[in-house]
Design a protein around this ligand. Structure first.
Ligand code: AMP
Length: 357
């Protein structure tokens, strides 16, 4: 559905949201965002989404939610139930950054945090509540939480909540909300118990399934080469030359590095381009098109620019510099070796960086 829509602007978002997305550095929507955002914005249907963690589902439901709720209400209009306190904090932070200048009060509520301060927060007024089922239920039974104005409920990682024995709590919480609310349920797996929950507590719903991607690591051969900083370009050229049909991404740390690496490669006769956040949307599309047609076979990119990139069949991911954190590293290496194909991830590390790896 709507696979051809590839920019956030084409999803029909307000300027406030687009501005927040620019600030966050999101450049193009992920698959679940492409599918869920227009559905949630333009229809009244409920949603069941099957998607792994890390697919961008927070923004997928969060963006339409932020576009629809009202600022003049003091009781929660949206309740997002999550399995753990870490997720409560993470989802709440993500929504806060997505709301931009709107000024909604978005609060995480979880066990282990003093209940008194939560009660005060709830009294002052909250637009969006992100909570673990146990603590939300606790507030309900203390009558410190009023769900009578909820228009949106989200069950986030429903299978995890099921595993943790939260299902009855969830049922009680959903029963305390108005029936005409809208509900979205996300889960990586769809055991029967989850589907029964959807059938019982949701109205007619659309189902979106985001194809499971191999996590990448098993299929990606990972190596590293220890080189001095000034020898990195040579090393990169050797990697390109020694593979039969090199078709890869070269991750650089800064925009300036991507420009420099691409220019140096070009001057040596390689079909290289740079991709980073300062490149206009039109130019970006042109570069990606050239990549897909394999006119360009080496793409030097920053992490941000490469997020959500959809270039199939890459043979290599080269880390021209070691990423700052492990999450980025997996994110990068997971780009090759997808869909059952093998790919190679090579990191060029200085002796100093070798220790960080
Ligand atoms: P989630 O699955 O919602 O937890 O998102 C996983 C990570 O991807 C989070 O760090 C998000 O900030 C990030 N993310 C989500 N959507 C996008 C996007 N369209 N572009 C870049 N990063 C994204």
């Amino acid at each position: 559905m709507q696979k051809s829509l590839r920019t956030f602007a084409s999803l029909g978002l307000s300027e406030k949201t687009l501005e927040a997305l620019r600030t966050k550095g999101f450049e193009i929507p992920t698959e679940i965002q492409i599918q869920a955002v227009p559905l949630l914005l333009n229809s009244e249907t409920d949603l069941v989404g099957q998607a792994q963690t890390g697919t961008g589902k927070t923004a997928a439901f969060g963006i339409p939610l932020l576009e629809t709720i009202r600022s003049d209400r003091r009781l929660p209009q949206a309740v997002i139930l999550v399995p753990t306190r870490e997720l409560a904090i993470q989802v709440s932070e993500e929504l806060n950054s997505l709301q931009g200048s709107r000024g909604y009060v978005i609060t995480p509520i979880y066990g282990g945090q003093p209940i008194g301060s939560q009660i005060r927060t709830l009294k002052r007024g909250v637009h969006i509540l992100v909570g673990t089922p146990g603590r939300v239920l606790d507030h309900l039974s203390r009558k410190t939480l009023d769900l009578s104005e909820v228009t949106h409920a989200v069950l986030y990682e429903a299978d995890e909540m099921l595993n943790q024995g939260f299902i009855e709590d969830i049922e009680t919480i959903l029963s305390a909300m108005p029936k005409q609310r809208r509900t979205a349920l996300f889960s990586a797996t769809m055991p029967k118990r989850i589907l029964t929950l959807a059938e019982t507590y949701m109205r007619s719903y659309e189902q979106i399934v985001i194809r499971e991607e191999s996590s990448g690591e098993e299929l990606t051969e990972q190596t590293y080469i220890e080189v001095r900083e000034q020898d990195k370009l040579e090393a990169l050229c050797r990697i390109i030359d020694s593979s039969k049909d090199f078709y890869g991404l070269v991750f650089c740390r800064t925009k300036a590095d991507t420009d420099k690496v691409a220019a140096q490669l070009k001057s040596r006769g390689y079909r290289a381009e740079a991709l980073h956040g300062d490149i206009s949307q039109g130019q970006r599309e042109k570069i990606l098109d050239a990549c897909r047609k394999r006119w360009v076979t080496v793409l030097a990119a920053t992490d941000v620019a490469a997020r959500g990139l959809d270039i199939p069949d890459l043979t290599h991911v080269v880390n021209y510099a070691v990423p700052f954190d492990a999450e980025n590293y997996l994110h990068r290496t997971g780009r090759t070796g997808r869909a059952g194909k093998t790919g190679t991830a090579v990191s060029l590390v200085t002796p100093l960086e070798a220790r960080r790896l």
